[in-house]
Design a protein around this ligand. Structure first.
Ligand code: PEP
Ligand code: MG
Length: 573
């Protein structure tokens, strides 16, 4: 039995016979091309480019069908690579200047770009070179008039082992009987890993030489939780893993039974347990979880990856569809929080070339500079609100003046619509996100102007602890259990309750079952959870006693370090 450690790319366990895909090496030869034939060579390259574009269109249709719009953006990324001047200009230039064949010019151009990628510190960008190779390989195969071997032809249950798996290969795997895959190359944030997670295919990557150490037919266990592959496991190990597989299945079935059951602690304290909606593709699965509502509808997707702002009509349709689907349960629509790491291509003045984008023109700050955008979103929300129960929430608020301005604009939008004869519902509640320390500290000043508050712990933690939420060098300092965070959350909850306002939490902290006892003890009213963790969080809430958690929080407020808070929480389980 041999155990090889790699990177856990997609959770789940696969047990079965290995199928090793031979690396399809493409040997590119340098061929001198005579002066007269160089133009034809460029034309041949352009034809291959067109054929590759057609491939991408077909792949896009497939992604849309299997995974939805969100993932179809991967194909856009591939299109951008194909249209990049590094390919469109550089390859013909090399052909003409060096007098070489298109295949050789292309492989040289790809290698030059790859060298740039390799130099990058950021793992996310470094991993994008697999997308580059994916496009490059398609182009080369078209030039050589060769067919790419399709993994979809594998017609038996197996664990796929290969040197590398390109995103386009991964896409087809759901149609096969492949139980999981392991590769020598790859990282956690590669598109291959992201696709595997969405397709729910267990995967381990970055195993360095696994494809040489395993032969087709070997029995293997692939552990996508721990990120390892076991070759020729003994019967005891197989039995152990089979048990884990069964336990996971049983747990999932058990969790299913929690759908529609209230999120109540053992001593009877109820919580509104809601889901976060990031894009319309998630709506169906959210509805099936039967949450108490949508506590955070992130509307940014409507503004990103496009060059024009969404029209009021488009927005109204998008919001109305969600409000309607929730059938009377509340939907908290957050006005768009563009900026920070959500860069827009809308060409509006603002979040470009900022040294500190997270502290820049973001959320309500940006919208108060572009009142037309802000008003159009508020009008669309008001129109959609007739379809059910809707609330408006403003992100990145750091001064009372911003809330006053937002409310004024909301009233203006309402008056305009009324004058246009649009029938509207009674008052719509307006709340703010508490994400900026000043707002949390001075929450009492905001309360007279709002109907509710929702704490965005993702941002609040980064600003309180001065830890960039997307900087991998300081992730160890990003700490929801920091006593300063516990104190600040407690302060906000107490102040809001004293003024009769409800408090929600909608940051990722709600989706960590280990942090849930803290939120329960703090006595928040609502938690909005990422759909993936919704039932697990409900299970956690139902297993707790509110009174006991209140005592834990009282102790946590006096802790000096987050480790003490963590230990307190662990001892409470
Ligand atoms: C947050 O900051 O906690 C939050 C929910 O907003 P986002 O993650 O969209 O910034
Ligand atoms: Mg936020």
């Amino acid at each position: 039995m041999i155990v090889i450690k790699g990177i856990a790319a997609s959770p789940g366990i696969a047990i079965g016979k290995a199928y090793v895909v031979e690396d399809e090496d493409i040997v590119v030869e340098r061929v001198e091309v005579g002066r007269d034939a160089l133009k034809d060579e460029v034309a041949r390259f352009k034809l291959a480019q067109k054929a590759t574009l057609r491939d991408l269109d077909a792949a896009e249709q497939k992604v849309l069908k299997v995974l939805g719009k969100q993932h179809a953006k991967l194909i856009d990324a591939h299109r951008l690579i194909l249209k990049d001047t590094l390919i469109t200009r550089d390859v013909p230039k090399r052909i003409l200047e060096e007098g070489v064949n298109a295949e050789f010019a292309l492989s040289e151009a790809l290698e030059a770009v790859n060298r740039q990628f390799e130099k990058m510190d950021d793992e996310f960008f470094r991993e994008r070179r697999h997308d580059l190779f994916d496009v490059g390989k398609r182009l080369l195969l078209h030039l050589m008039k060769r067919q790419k071997k399709s993994l979809t032809e594998i017609d038996h249950e197996c664990v796929l082992i290969s040197r590398n798996l390109l995103p386009s290969d991964t896409l087809g795997l759901k149609e096969t009987k492949i139980l999981g895959f392991a590769t020598d190359l790859g990282g956690k944030t590669s598109h291959t890993a992201i696709l595997a997670q969405s397709l729910e295919i267990p995967a381990v990557v970055g195993l360095s030489d696994v494809s040489r150490r395993i032969k087709s037919g070997d029995t293997v266990i692939l552990d996508g939780e721990q990120g390892m592959v076991i070759i020729s496991p003994g019967p005891e190990t197989v039995a152990k893993y089979e048990k884990v597989q069964q336990r996971t299945l049983a747990e999932e079935r058990q969790l299913e039974a929690l759908k529609g059951v209230p999120a109540v602690t053992q001593d009877g304290r109820g919580f509104r347990l809601e889901a976060n909606l990031d894009s319309p593709e998630d709506l169906k699965s959210i509805v099936s979880l039967q949450p108490d509502g949508i506590g955070l509808f992130r509307t940014e997707y409507l503004y990103l990856n496009r060059a024009e702002v969404p029209t009021e009509d488009e927005q109204t349709k998008a919001y109305a569809a969600v409000v309607k689907a929730m059938d009377g349960r509340e939907v908290v629509i957050r006005t768009a929080d563009i900026g920070g790491d959500r860069l827009s291509m809308l060409g509006i003045e603002g979040p470009k070339n900022e040294t500190n984008p997270f502290m820049g023109l973001r959320g309500v700050r940006l919208f108060l500079r572009h009142l037309d955008l802000f008003k159009s979103q508020l009008r669309a929300i008001l129109k959609a609100s007739t379809k059910g129960k809707t609330r408006v929430m403003i992100p990145m608020v750091s001064s009372v003046g911003e809330v006053v301005a937002a409310r004024k604009l909301l009233e203006q939008a309402r008056a305009e619509l009324a004058a246009e004869g649009v029938e509207l519902k009674e008052e719509i509640e307006l709340g703010i996100m508490v994400e900026i320390p000043s707002t949390a500290i001075q929450i009492d000043a905001f309360l007279p102007h709002v109907d509710f508050v929702s704490i965005g712990t993702n941002d609040l933690i980064q600003y309180v602890l001065a830890v960039d939420r997307v900087n991998e060098h300081v992730t160890h300092l990003y700490d929801p259990y920091h006593p300063a965070i516990v104190r600040l959350l407690d302060h906000v909850v107490r102040a809001a309750h004293a003024k009769g306002r409800w408090v929600g939490v909608c940051g990722e902290m709600t989706s960590d079952p280990r942090a849930v006892p803290l939120l329960v003890g703090l006595g928040v009213d609502a938690m909005s959870v990422s759909p993936r963790m919704f039932l697990r969080v409900k299970q956690a809430v139902r297993g707790l006693k509110h009174e006991a958690m209140k005592k834990i929080v009282a102790k946590a407020l006096n802790c000096a370090e987050s480790d003490e808070v963590r230990r307190l929480l662990e001892s409470s389980q």
